[in-house]
Design a protein around this ligand. Structure first.
Ligand SMILES: *[C@@H]1O[C@H](CO)[C@@H](O)[C@H](O)[C@H]1NC(C)=O
Length: 171
């Protein structure tokens, strides 16, 4: 989609033009945390609120085909995955839609009737914004996202970069 390429191009420009963190305010980059609930269901764009959760599912964050983080969901299928500091090398694949949450545990583990399902639950991810001690940076549209990334890369924002999985699908 043209809009998406434009957005990515703009973001890459912002990243490359941003002051080096050492020259700026010297904040640690925000910690990138991915939080969501794994659904126990097969299908496409699963509404996690409408189906049972997938307890104890092992989830990975895969960016550009590489596993960059992982964790295990709790009894209610809820997980929080720590991707480490949101440096530009982490932001670039996130913004380029090259990252997805992949459920490693087979669906049969939460429902034996789903043993015949071939494929893996996976979800694209979305950046929600930053919670920092001194306020929060939400995403107010296109300028908001670019501004937010510029502030992160420029070393002006610490705190937590909140990321959520979009609806899961079996792929
Ligand atoms: C298990 O999966 C089957 C097939 O999708 C579904 O009909 C059933 O309701 C599920 N069981 C539970 C406990 O969710």
């Amino acid at each position: 989609m043209a809009t998406k390429s434009l957005l990515l191009a703009a973001l890459l420009v912002v990243i490359s033009l941003a002051p080096h963190p050492a020259e700026a305010d010297n904040k640690q980059p925000p910690l990138a945390l991915v939080a969501g609930v794994v659904p126990c269901s097969a299908g496409s764009s699963i509404n996690a609120a409408a189906v049972p959760p997938f307890p104890n599912a092992v989830v990975h964050m895969v960016c550009g085909g590489r596993v960059v983080a992982g964790t295990k969901a709790d009894d209610g299928g809820a997980f929080t995955m720590n991707m480490g500091p949101a440096t530009s090398s982490l932001l670039a694949p996130l913004l380029g839609n090259q990252c997805k949450v992949v459920v490693v545990t087979p669906l049969a583990a939460c429902n034996a009737s789903l043993a015949s399902v071939t494929g893996t639950l996976a979800a694209p991810v979305q950046l929600l914004g930053v919670d920092s001690g001194s306020g929060s940076g939400g995403l107010g549209g296109l300028g908001g996202l670019i501004g937010l990334i510029g502030q992160i890369v420029g070393g002006l924002l610490g705190g937590i970069l909140n990321i959520i999985p979009l609806p899961f699908s079996v792929v």
